[in-house]
Write a new protein. Structure first.
Length: 635
């Protein structure tokens, strides 16, 4: 096993994009300096590329770029730099310089002594601990919000009152779906509370956090109570650990873990939460009523506020504050607020695509490719694709994003658009009361931001008339311990070479037939209709001969990835106005709760690499294509 000079761990609240962007940025920065690095990622599907104790022991330094708890205690005694995940994306070179500083003292958690040298050790400050524990709660809560929200929204297909037995719209299946979705959404507060506590005091905090979170939920404190309860539970366990420190671990370790910590912890934290529930409930209701009042009184001001919050830090705490408020109101049956939040989150990545179209010369090839891919990411409500553009020139680009997001949100509120699902982007258009108008407002905001981005990028390009050459991308093949998320949905039988299709319609029909032939779907006509409907919204053509059509339908039984290599290029509306000869398609079940977003993110990441695209274009066997999409280590 090879030793690595540097090791790192990355993780973000959503575990979809920030995590892997930080990984990629750190790997590329290390490669430019001829340093070996291994990056452990804490994504929505779990921990990938885990660090072994031997690798930790052998490394010269550790970079932790995470908004969640990644278990930093493993690195005690090593030179460690701990920062938010955004810093891993924006300043990887700076982080490497810091961790290689010979005067950096070994890492010790707060309260432990460290060997004194010339420079202060990089410790996890209490501010960072508060932040990372909050993001740990949010990251575990979000999948429940998405799953519950989407299932609840689907139940409205049978009518907005389809779950009410007294209504003429009542449908038994819809009512069951509504109950399942609502029950899942109700886990939001207990899970948020539990995993905030878990980040502070590990397993004992998790147990007490669940109990405290349930009290917060049943007493109507909302997600504000869940946040406060998480810190109450976590630090109650810390207090008990200090008070019971004199009891020897050897004799009382089991008694502490199984009896004393949970019983005393639940009693103390639970009683505190019980007594503060009344004021917390009043505060929560007051905040919700204030937002409702703003919505009913002046939707433009509300749109400006929500738009600026959503586009300020792209998945960070300010963005999450707006998103959590939207999900809380959504659970109360308020579908208006989430419509503006979603619009403000979808507009920024779309804006990057428009920006590179408006001013191609101002962007590098990699940036243009990323911008084009962001059309796909943005349309599925993945805001994080805008981060590299924001990081490049934050003082002009972030305000540009905020302007467009505010326009989209304000117009959404002004026209009383309702969105009953917390995620999904344009996939959930059938659930929106005015879908075409909503898309129009989002595109309008994205166009404004795109023009501003293109203008500022042009000014920057003039200042740097001799840009440095971009580093060559090298794609390493998969090791036995690594596994790409795409391997789960891309099988040899889903790859077809030399397809003799003459036009786009023929390609979509071939894909639908292949889905049924491989037992991935049950109705060719239904899948074809969804493919065509998606193309009618906007073309899925990318650039360099690649298109990414996708379909979501109730007749699709499982998520799948299909790859076609056409016998001859065909016309397809693409960003570079070139014909298409490579098709990357996704099949998405109707009840998919967001797992397909991880597959889209993984594919989007691959398509930002020039070398990967070149190798895909020259691949002429199924095994070569499978191997390409199995890549997990891009440098």
């Amino acid at each position: 096993m090879a030793d690595y000079q540097l090791i790192a761990a990355t993780g973000c609240a959503t575990g979809i994009a920030h995590t892997y962007m930080a990984q990629e940025a750190l790997e590329q920065a290390a490669a430019k300096r001829n340093l070996t690095i291994k990056v452990e990622t804490h994504g929505q599907t779990g921990v990938d590329n885990p660090l072994t104790q031997a690798e930790i022991d052998a490394a010269e330094g550790v970079i932790v770029a995470a908004d969640i708890d990644i278990g930093a205690e493993r690195f005690i005694g090593k030179k460690v730099v701990i920062v938010p995940v955004a810093q891993g994306i924006k300043a990887p070179d700076k982080l490497i310089n810091q961790v290689l500083n010979p005067n950096l003292t070994p890492y010790q958690p707060q309260g432990k002594s460290a060997t004194k040298t010339k420079t202060t050790t990089t410790k996890e400050t209490w501010v960072n601990k508060i932040y990372t524990s909050l993001m740990n709660g949010v990251s575990h809560m979000l999948p429940l919000v998405v799953a519950g929200g989407v299932l609840t929204a689907i139940s409205f297909f049978w009518g907005i009152y389809s779950a009410d037995p007294k209504s003429a719209e009542y449908n038994a299946f819809a009512a069951t779906l509504n109950t399942i979705g609502g029950t899942t959404m109700n886990l939001m507060v207990p899970v948020l509370c539990a995993y905030i506590a878990e980040a502070i005091s590990k397993r004992s905090g998790l147990i007490v956090g669940f109990a405290t979170g349930m009290i917060a939920y049943t007493n109507g404190t909302g997600f504000l109570g869940g946040i406060l309860g998480g810190y109450l539970a976590g630090y109650t366990i810390i207090l008990l650990q200090k008070l019971l420190k004199k009891l020897p671990d050897k004799e009382f370790r089991g008694l502490k873990a199984i009896f004393l910590y949970p019983v005393l912890g639940v009693f103390i934290s639970g009683m505190l939460m019980w007594f503060i529930s009344a004021p917390m409930k009043g505060l929560n209701l007051g905040m919700m009523n204030f937002l409702k009042g703003m919505q009913n009184g002046d939707p433009i001001i509300l749109g400006l506020l929500v738009g600026c919050m959503s586009a300020f830090d792209f998945g960070g705490p300010i963005n999450k504050a707006a998103y959590l408020t939207g999900t809380a109101l959504l659970a109360q049956g308020n579908f208006y607020f989430m419509a503006g939040v979603s619009a403000a989150c979808i507009a920024p990545p779309l804006a990057t695509g428009f920006a590179v179209l408006f001013n191609k010369k101002a962007y590098s090839k990699a940036e243009r490719s990323a911008g084009y891919v962001n059309f796909l990411l943005g349309s599925t409500h993945i805001t994080e694709g805008a981060i590299p553009f924001a990081a490049k020139n934050p003082f002009t680009n972030i305000p540009s994003f905020m302007v467009g997001a505010a326009i989209s949100a304000s117009l959404t509120y002004a026209t009383h658009i309702q969105v009953p699902a917390p995620h999904g982007g344009f996939i959930i258009l059938p659930l929106v009361n005015h879908p075409l108008l909503w898309v129009l407002w989002i595109l309008l905001g994205a166009l404004v931001s795109g023009m501003l981005l293109a203008y500022f990028a042009g000014r920057q390009a003039k200042k740097h008339s001799n840009p440095k050459a971009e580093p060559q991308t090298v794609i390493k093949t998969q090791t036995n311990t690594e596994q790409s998320p795409l391997q789960a949905i891309l099988k040899p039988e889903n790859i077809v070479l030399d397809v003799p299709a003459q036009n786009k319609t023929a390609v979509l029909k071939f894909l639908a037939q292949l889905a049924v032939k491989n037992h991935l779907a049950t109705d060719t006509a239904a899948v074809l209709t969804k493919y065509q409907a998606r193309e009618a919204e906007n073309s899925t053509g990318m650039e360099k001969g690649i298109a990414i059509p996708h379909a979501q339908d109730r007749t699709i039984k499982q998520s799948a990835m299909l790859i076609l290599k056409l016998k001859q290029p065909i016309k397809w509306q693409t960003f570079d106005h070139q014909p298409v000869d490579t098709i990357i398609s996704f099949l998405i079940p109707q009840t998919d709760a967001g797992s397909h977003l991880h597959y889209l993110s993984a594919t989007a990441k691959l398509l930002t690499h020039e070398t990967f695209i070149n190798q895909l274009q020259t691949a002429h066997t199924k095994q070569t294509i499978l191997k390409l999409f199995a890549q997990t280590d891009l440098k």
